[in-house]
Design a binder for this molecule. Structure first.
Ligand code: AHR
Length: 331
C-alpha cells in the first residue's frame, strides 16, 4: 500500500500539469491568429499610386516601415498609376472589412461613389499625399500631405528673384506631373501666380511628363526641338528634371547654366544634381508620411477627433544648401 501512495501522487501531479498545459494551449489559440479573436492590431488597407518616381519609392518604404514599427497590419496595393486599380483596391479593402482605408489618389476627381461605399460600410478613410476634389468632406476623416500650391509658388518666387534685373524675355518650359493629379494642378497654379506680375517671364510650353524620368526626357526633347531659346525649365518633380537632363545634354546644352532648372521633391538623386550644379533650385516635398499616417489610423479607428487637414513641414534648397544637406539625406 505504501508503495502505491507516491505513484498516485505522481499521477495526480501529472494530470494537473496536463490540465494546466491544455488550458494554456486553449488560451493561446483564443488570442492567436487562428482563434478568430481580435489580436489588438488594426488593419490598414493602403492603395499607393504606383512606383513612378524616387519620391514614391521613398513614400512606400516610409509607409511599410512605419506600419511594422507601429504594429499595424498593412494591406498594401500598388495601383500602377491607374484610378480604376485604386477603386478596385478600395472595394477589396471594404469587402475584407479592414479597420481603416488610406490612399494617395492618382487624380483629384471621380472618387465620390467609392468613398460613399466606404462610409456606408463604416470604414474611415484617410487621404495621404494627394487630395480629392469631393465637395462632401464627410467622405474622409483627414488629409495628410504637402501644400502643392505653396511648392509651385516657392519655385516661382525663387525664379522671380533670380531674374530681377532681366530686361529681355525669359522663356520657361514646364514639365507637368500626371494630368489631373493634385500636385500637377497645384504646382502649375502656384508657379503661374508667383511669376504673374513679371511679363518678361513667359511659359512658352507646358506638357505632362507623368512624373517619370522617361516622360521628362521625351517631352524635353520635343521642347528643345520646337523652341530654339529655352532659358528655364520648371519640372514638377525631380525625376522628370533628371530625365530632362539627358535631353538637354544630348542637345549640346549645359544644364544648370544654359538652362536654369527648378524642380520639386528633393530626393537624393535630385539633391545630387543640385549639389553638382546641374539643377539650380528645389522646393521640397517630403515623402516621409508613414509615422503620422499610422498615428492617424489608430486615432480614427478609436473614434478620436483628428484635424481635417495636416500639412507636411517642408523647405527649399539652393545648390549650396543641397551640398550641406546631402550627406544626411535619408532618401
Ligand atoms: O504626390 C507627390 C508627387 O508624386 C511627387 O512630387 C512626385 O515625385 C510623385 O510621383
Amino acid at each position: 500500500m505504501r508503495d502505491h501512495l507516491p505513484s498516485r501522487r505522481i499521477i495526480a501531479v501529472l494530470a494537473a500539469a496536463l490540465l494546466a498545459t491544455g488550458t494554456a494551449a486553449c488560451g493561446n489559440s483564443d488570442t492567436g491568429d487562428g482563434g478568430g479573436k481580435d489580436d489588438g492590431k488594426i488593419t490598414l488597407g493602403f492603395s499607393q499610386v504606383g512606383a513612378e518616381s524616387g519620391w514614391r519609392t521613398a513614400n512606400t518604404t516610409s509607409i511599410k516601415e512605419s506600419a511594422a514599427a507601429a504594429g499595424v497590419d498593412l494591406k498594401f496595393d500598388d495601383a500602377q498609376q491607374k484610378q480604376e486599380n485604386q477603386i478596385k483596391a478600395i472595394r477589396n479593402f471594404i469587402q475584407q472589412k479592414v479597420d481603416v482605408i488610406a490612399f494617395s489618389p492618382v487624380v483629384e476627381s471621380g472618387w465620390d461613389t467609392v468613398l460613399k461605399e466606404a462610409k456606408d460600410a463604416k470604414i474611415p478613410v484617410i487621404l495621404t499625399d494627394r487630395s480629392v476634389d469631393s465637395a462632401d468632406k464627410s467622405l474622409y476623416k483627414t488629409f495628410l500631405g504637402s501644400d502643392f500650391v505653396k511648392e509651385g509658388r516657392l519655385a516661382g518666387e525663387w525664379l522671380v528673384e533670380q531674374k530681377k534685373g532681366a530686361t529681355g524675355p525669359v522663356n520657361i518650359v514646364e514639365l507637368q506631373g500626371t494630368t489631373g493629379s493634385a500636385p500637377a494642378n497645384d504646382r502649375k497654379k502656384g508657379f503661374a501666380e508667383a511669376i504673374a506680375a513679371n511679363p518678361n517671364l513667359k511659359i512658352i510650353a507646358s506638357q505632362s511628363g507623368d512624373f517619370t524620368r522617361a516622360g521628362g526626357k521625351q517631352v524635353m526633347e520635343q521642347f528643345l526641338k520646337a523652341n530654339p531659346k529655352i532659358d528655364v525649365l520648371f519640372a514638377h518633380n525631380d525625376d522628370m528634371g533628371l530625365g530632362a537632363l539627358e535631353a538637354i545634354t544630348a542637345a549640346g546644352k549645359v544644364p544648370g547654366k544654359d538652362i536654369t532648372i527648378i524642380t520639386v521633391d528633393a530626393v537624393k538623386d535630385g539633391m545630387q544634381a543640385l549639389a553638382d550644379g546641374r539643377f539650380n533650385f528645389i522646393a521640397e516635398c517630403s515623402p516621409l508620411l508613414g509615422p503620422q499616417l499610422m498615428d492617424l489610423a489608430k486615432k480614427v479607428h478609436n473614434g478620436e477627433e483628428v484635424p481635417a487637414r495636416i500639412e507636411t513641414q517642408e523647405t527649399t534648397f539652393t545648390q549650396e544648401q543641397a551640398k550641406a544637406a546631402l550627406p544626411e539625406r535619408k532618401y
